[in-house]
Design a binder for this molecule. Sequence first.
Ligand code: 4AD
Ligand code: MG
Length: 450
Amino acid sequence: MGEEKWKVGILTQPKAPLVYVRDILSGSIPIGESVRIRGWLSNKRSSGGIAFLIMRDGTGWLQCTAKRDLLGRDALDELTSLPIESVLELEGEVRQDKRAPGGYELAIRAYRVISVAEPDFPIAKKYHGPDFLLENRHLWIRSKKMWCVLMVRAKLLKAAREWLDGHGYVEVQAPTLTASACEGGATLFPVDYFGRRAYLTQSWQLYGEAFVASVGKCYTIAPSFRAEKSRTRRHLTEYWHLEVEIPFCGLKELLEVEEQLITHICHRLSEWASEELRALGREPDYLAKIEPPFPRLTYDEAVELLQAKGVNISWGEDLAWTHEKILSEAFEVPFFITHFPRSAKAFYHKPDPSRPEVTLSADLLAPEGYGEITGGGERIEDYEFLLARIREEGLDPEDYKWYLDLRRYGSVQHAGFGLGVERMVMWVCRLEHIRDAIAFPRLVRRRPYP
Ligand code: 4AD
Ligand code: MG
């Protein structure tokens, strides 16, 4: 935007230091100090000779007061007539006021209008249905709710990286365009790759298994794609996936890594995001109290538990979302389900040597009905056996030649898991639908817009 387009008001003393709303709300600026802020006008009301402007600058919301006595009639008229979402620079005095949201306000002395918004901002202070909000997502992300979720997401990833980096894991990247399925053909997105067929990745895992022989234990945070036909409250077609792969690691050690990582994230969020969590309806203390070890339940026990509750499920079936929901309503902390049958898991899962019909696999389920947030386990190390499993699943061994090579040149016991970032955000933020755990959700029933 060109400077000449700026509508200049009466910024008389543009000398006060520029600060963020967060600095004011955190109390780090002395009361009575003159400061400048700039941001978007997110709400306003006026009564008599005073206008209350709620300003949003990305770090928080601040009530700013404009008084006719101080600014004059013209200035007050101009400020009160500005449409919401207009952009302003305000200078004034920091005040403490119990009636102000957050306990602080800015008493405006001077201002400058940077950009006047159109008067028809589509998001009003009334109930909007989910479809309307999805269609207007580019504007809805300015809402307090989405802001809180985006803050929690950022802090969740920061906490995850902090733990992983601090424990010697190396962050690596793998391609999004791939030739082979990781999690089965049913949920692959095909892409025309110059006349050849490629797919959007379902998981970094197969590359992760290659990386361990280079950099050792490692992780990635990247999008995964699933052409999921399931229209549930917890399925996206594009989601963010935090995946970890560890050499010389068995199922037992893997579960310990997962519970430590999840616990660290929960504790950090309770410290770093307490305000956002509270605003979303989650008591930070609930996350502060999460402690390892998490309960462990075998698939057999889970099936028995479900059957005892009258659920129609037979051994060998994968757990459906509805099953997980029932199980996870019985827990108040995250819990593992281990040893899934071979028939319910992807080709790479290693069978339990003492009971080959089940695999050394584990899902971590969040409580309160949220269900699966991670999936993983030990991988098959043996070349011949892996090849046989690839064939058994009707996959083309040619596509997996490089992956099979990993068993030919220095194969070791290894294990890993994938965490669905939005699934975890959903649980920690107590969201009802996964669409609200990500800024621009990709859902099966909607075209990718905005
Ligand atoms: O259980 P999944 O399919 O496991 C894998 O992809 C393994 N290759 C991961 C690994 O071992 N490195 O997916 C892992 C996690 C799930 O537990 C879930 O949290 C999330 O990814 N997830 C989804 N999240 C949102 N929408 C979807 N459609 C998802 N599918 C899986
Ligand atoms: Mg899974």
